[in-house]
Design a binder for this molecule. Structure first.
Ligand code: KPL
Length: 309
């Protein structure tokens, strides 16, 4: 059972660590970064040489024996999924299963028809981790990782052949607080509601998540949720308004001291995941003829911040 993780960011490294610490060394996952940091099963670090990044990537993926991989877990950001995964498909076995694990929604719709019959599962995780190396203190140690939060991880089947029972059990045993759900899309829409409210507001106003508990934010949160509910209904996703609002407010309280991932992105001048969060709702709203002024305003505000960075 060979597992590869595509995306050597904090979540990818955390899951690699969890899989490695619950298996024999021979079964450690391959960790594939998108740049020239080739993190192999031994977690070694191959520095960028004089070759171009494309050359290094091609050689590294060939060396990684991708044709032996049974499951590839894609942990790059939503906007990187297509670019990171599609070039690898010709190197993967015809029955290699794909699992997407990122904030937001959208890439699964583009990816599913291109998998040539391979199975696709989707997931979401609320586990938090920070790369110590990305803080500057340990720049040459890309595998130094600090877990910053525990939380629910949910996986479920989306299309094509189902993930084998043995791989499913391997994931569930390795990742604390993980579960396999029958209806992953509903779970992902619930997480989308949380991210669509918390991420852009905290990023726009540069506040901690807990600030959104104040009355000044309630009308926007309500409007974002109402628009999401109308679109979800058109997509055949049944959500309960009161339960969804309660969930958003619970996450705000439980993560009160957190800086959301989108706030961190804007503060570091990085591209955000807005396209796969409020942007996804705006695009689906257009498709279904549903107005989305609250989501569009947040989308525009974050795009303006990105453009000015
Ligand atoms: O998922 C998150 C994020 O920051 O992306 C929340 C739940 C909002 C926690 O900060």
């Amino acid at each position: 059972m060979t597992i590869a993780i595509l995306g050597a960011g904090a979540v990818g490294q955390l899951i690699a660590h969890q899989l490695a610490s619950t298996s024999e060394r021979a079964d450690w996952p391959m960790l594939l970064g998108r740049d020239a940091k080739a993190l192999t099963a031994e977690f070694c670090f191959t520095p960028l040489s004089t070759q171009t990044v494309a050359e290094v990537q091609r050689r590294r993926f060939a060396e990684a024996k991708l044709n032996t991989v049974d499951l590839i877990i894609v942990t790059v950001k939503a906007y990187q999924v297509e670019d990171a995964l599609l070039p690898l498909l010709p190197m993967l076995n015809a029955d290699c299963h794909i699992l997407l694990l990122h904030n937001g929604l959208g890439p699964h719709e583009a990816i599913a028809p291109k998998l040539a019959g391979r199975g696709l599962s989707l997931g979401t995780t609320s586990q938090g981790a920070l790369r110590v190396g990305s803080q500057g203190a340990l720049r040459n140690s890309p595998t130094e990782l600090k877990q910053t939060g525990t939380g629910l991880t949910q996986f479920g089947h989306f299309s094509g052949p189902a993930l084998s029972e043995s791989l499913k059990q391997r994931l569930l045993q390795a990742i604390p607080g993980s579960e396999w759900v029958d209806d992953i899309l509903t779970a992902l829409w619930q997480k989308l509601a949380v991210n669509a409210c918390i991420n852009p507001l905290t990023a726009r106003d540069r506040v901690e998540n807990g600030a959104l508990d104040s009355p000044q934010y309630q009308s926007t949160i309500d409007a974002v949720i109402d628009e999401l509910l109308a679109i979800a209904a058109k997509e055949g996703i049944r959500l309960d308004r009161a339960a969804l609002k309660a969930r958003v407010m619970t996450v705000i309280k439980l993560t009160a001291a957190n800086r959301s991932s989108m706030r961190q992105d804007v503060e570091h001048g990085r591209k955000t995941e807005i396209d796969a969060i409020n942007g996804y709702l705006v695009r689906l709203g257009e498709r279904h003829g549903i107005d989305t002024p609250a989501n569009r305003a947040l989308f525009d505000a974050i795009k303006a911040i990105e453009a000015a960075a």
